[in-house]
Design a protein. Sequence first.
Length: 255
Amino acid sequence: MLIGIDIGNTDFTIGFFDGATLLDTFRMRSKSKKTSDEYGMFMLDALKFRNYRIEDVEDVIISSVVPDVMHSFTSAFIKFFNLRPIIVGPGVKTGIKVKTNNPKETGCDRIVDGVAAYTLYGGPVIVIDFGTATTYDVVSPQGEFLGGVITLGLGTAVKVLSESAAKLPEIEIRKAKKIVGKDTVSAMQAGSFYGYIGQTEYIVRKLKEETGYHNAMVVATGGIGRMISEETTCIDHYDQNLTLKGLQIIYSKQK
């Protein structure tokens, strides 16, 4: 069994694989740092909960945008599983060519998403990851990661708005029933939700215009990706586990 782990700014997303089949997923908040023992015990409890054995785990692959947790997290697998994880980064075969100005600074999560989208859906493809930040990236028909757009995630934008304006409250992210809000909360929900759909549609359109890939498949993932994809025709597919699938694909290329 392979454990694939995507360490993002808000959550750790953990997947258990049997070959290419995703068996289970778990999440852990990544805001609070933990010791290697705490990470190790969490992983053991997750295995036990699904009736897996530690002996079932053959390898681990990790993609991380949070460098501060990597020492403890890597140490947990060395200590508890006697395994040294594969870390997605320079020197790891991905199957796509990174054509950005400085490939080493391109977020590994974006590359993993690009690998998954290109492998599963073909190219050209635009992949959108709705997370703490929202990323829009383009992969060419030849499997070249060309770069893209990074902007505030919807949750981040709403939080910044409420923190920056004294009279604006924190709100739940949800689809507003009407665009015309009758109170502060409904007005904020309408502005954030419909405004984000408008942003998504505009950025996708501009990416297609600039690259000339007018028929590019658009694949979305990430926490609010389903909510957005259900309200716009510019997204062709929503895949909740796209990043984990990308980790498994990258792992298979190492073997």
